[in-house]
Design a protein around this ligand. Structure first.
Ligand code: KG4
Ligand code: ZN
Length: 330
């Protein structure tokens, strides 16, 4: 089964062609970073308008790269939420039109399920449910018990900021550009992670929930202090990153001790973080757990993961009534 995937939930206009949820024939994305950078964050109105300008050419590009006409495909999968409403509607409208015109089934996909199913793309040995997943993106941080395809349960989530949001907001305090996560990761690689002890909020010892708003505030107060203004930015970046990663690894370890699944998947944009990848790998090695982190290009927003989720969840929608939902529940 070969699906066209479309993803426009935030600021990347993406399309992909994926076979059986695993083999990627094409995955293309047009980043809008340059349009939002000068505002220091994503401007929803601009994102929606850019999607309108880019969507047709992006889908065309994916089909051409795959060397397949729409007629040869088996359906269209599109992100229907959660995300920015003005961005989501562009992808959903395009997907409905393409599916209707080509007479193919349409699949509406939850963006976060997409991040999780990125673990199946181009993977020789994909994870077998049940497994534990940590989804860490710009808008979400959650631990998911994947009992079976279509039976996903959130067992812990952030009570305030998402991990990616903490990276982006703290990066702004350090004067790094937008998006802040990758810039913070690069700067941290030149710094001393033990230079400053920023708080590791674990909530209570047995809680699987996260809280990241305190660390950003604590970095802000530190930077405003005498010690902070003299501190090297790379040391601040490395120490902040170490604190966030400690919490993510600690909570994942706690969830794993409870569930005892053989495999742990880390997904979402923050899974691109070099320290998170190495610390998780070290922990998994000690515990004898199989750790699966998608390649970088499938960690951040992409359309291949949307086609993969649609394949495994296999819930066709009505091409006329499918709607975008900015607050789509998990
Ligand atoms: O999953 P994603 O592409 O979009 C959402 O659905 O949110 O995640 C974007 C987030 C941003 O907050 C970005 O700063 C963060 O992922 N990110 C990183 C890294 N690469 C992207 N955070 C830390 N280290 C990175 N290397
Ligand atoms: Zn995302």
């Amino acid at each position: 089964m070969i699906l066209l995937g479309i993803e426009t939930s935030c600021d990347d206009t993406a399309a992909a062609v994926v076979e059986d949820g695993r083999r990627v024939h094409a995955s293309v994305a047009t980043s809008q970073d340059a349009f939002h950078a000068k505002y220091g964050g994503i401007v929803p109105e601009i994102a929606g308008r850019r999607h309108v300008a880019l969507i047709s050419a992006t889908v065309e590009h994916a089909l051409q790269t795959a060397g397949l006409p729409m007629a040869a495909l088996d359906g269209v999968a599109v992100t229907r939420g959660p995300g920015l409403i003005g961005s989501l509607v562009v992808g959903v409208a395009a997907a409905k039109a393409i599916a209707y015109a080509a007479g193919k089934p349409l699949y509406g996909v939850n963006h976060l399920h997409g991040h999780l199913y990125a673990a199946y793309l181009e993977q020789e040995l994909p994870p077998e449910p049940p497994f534990l997943a940590l989804i860490v993106s710009g808008g979400h941080t959650q631990l998911v018990d994947v009992r079976a395809h279509g039976d996903l349960r959130i067992i812990g989530e952030t009570l305030d900021d998402a991990a990616g949001e903490a990276f982006d907001k703290t990066a702004r305090l350090l004067g790094l550009g937008f998006p802040g996560g990758p810039a913070m990761d690069r700067l941290a690689q030149q710094g001393d992670a033990a230079a400053f002890a920023f708080p590791r909020s674990m909530l209570s010892a047995d809680s699987l929930d996260f809280s990241f708003s305190g660390i950003k505030t604590s970095v802000r107060y530190f930077l405003e202090s005498a010690a902070g203004s003299a501190a090297k930015r790379e040391d601040v970046a490395a120490s902040f990153q170490a604190a966030v990663v400690d919490v993510l690894v600690g909570k994942t370890a706690l969830a794993q001790r409870r569930l005892r699944h053989a495999t742990v998947v880390i997904a979402g944009g923050v899974a691109a973080n070099s320290r998170l990848r190495s610390e998780m790998a070290a922990w998994a090695g000690r515990e004898g757990v199989r750790l699966l982190i998608p390649p970088l290009r499938f960690c951040t927003d992409n359309a291949a993961m949307i086609a993969a989720a649609a394949y495994f969840e296999a819930r066709p929608a009505d091409a006329l009534t499918l709607g975008a939902d900015p607050n789509l529940p998990f």
